[in-house]
Ligand binder design. Structure first.
Ligand code: SAM
Length: 213
């Protein structure tokens, strides 16, 4: 993600408490009450400029969507998009996923999305990959039993690594696609990176991985 210096970003975030709730750990275990809705909770980690989650929230009004993005200068684009869409079932957290357990109680999340996560190609940086076992154990804690991780990337190396990491950790893999845009999948909301990379002719890889009960 290319970062642009946006000195006004912090102010924009502070002035958008309905879209970026400040102090999200206050809602740990209480997100259903926050949304005033008992529907499933889906979380996207590394949400970027929010295209995917905003379109998902429009397509699935009975699901509550929460996007986590650590950079101010990126999340402001997600705020602008969400403002225009004006959706009751969408918020963003301006936080680092490392703190996931302080925002969500055990078993609070139904599904998690990882879209075009940073690949961290150097072996010595493997622990930073969002599909590393250290992150998987965090996801397992906050997901319900049999909770799912839906993963998309154009990076073949990261995809291969992630399939192995999911599998070693005991997740069950399903709906694996090695070329999503030339598959028979009926519905796919594209992310910003997905649009950009598929326009360049890159193949998009996707899989779903579910934790054991
Ligand atoms: N998901 C978007 C898409 O597909 O268009 C953005 C992909 S971009 C390559 C990865 C995003 O993840 C960046 O916006 C980055 O700031 C965010 N990110 C990376 N590590 C993160 C972390 N530990 N916590 C929160 N966000 C993170």
């Amino acid at each position: 993600m290319r970062l642009r210096n946006k000195p006004w970003a912090a102010e924009k975030i502070a002035n958008s408490p309905n879209i970026v709730p400040p102090n999200p750990s206050e809602y740990r275990g209480e997100w259903a009450a926050y949304f005033n809705h008992n529907g499933p909770i889906h979380v996207e980690v590394g949400t970027g400029k929010g295209k995917f989650l905003t379109e998902m929230a429009q397509a699935y009004p009975d699901v509550c969507f929460i996007g986590i993005e650590k950079f101010d200068s990126v999340i402001v684009s997600a705020i602008e998009r969400a403002e225009k869409a004006n959706l009751p079932n969408l918020v963003f957290l301006n936080e680092d996923v490392q703190e996931l357990r302080s925002f969500f109680a055990e078993g609070e999340i139904d599904q998690l999305y990882l879209n075009f996560s940073d690949p961290w190609p150097k072996v010595r940086h493997a622990k930073r990959r969002l599909t590393h076992e250290g992150f998987l154990s965090m996801y397992q804690e906050v997901l319900k039993p049999k909770g799912e991780v839906h993963f998309k990337t154009d990076n073949q190396g990261l995809f291969e690594y992630s399939l192995e990491s999911f599998s070693k950790y005991g997740l069950k893999l399903q709906n694996i696609s090695l070329d999503l845009h030339n598959s028979d999948i009926s519905f796919n909301v594209m992310t910003e990176y997905e649009e950009k990379f598929s326009e360049r002719g890159n193949r998009i890889y996707r899989c779903e991985a579910s934790f054991p009960s």
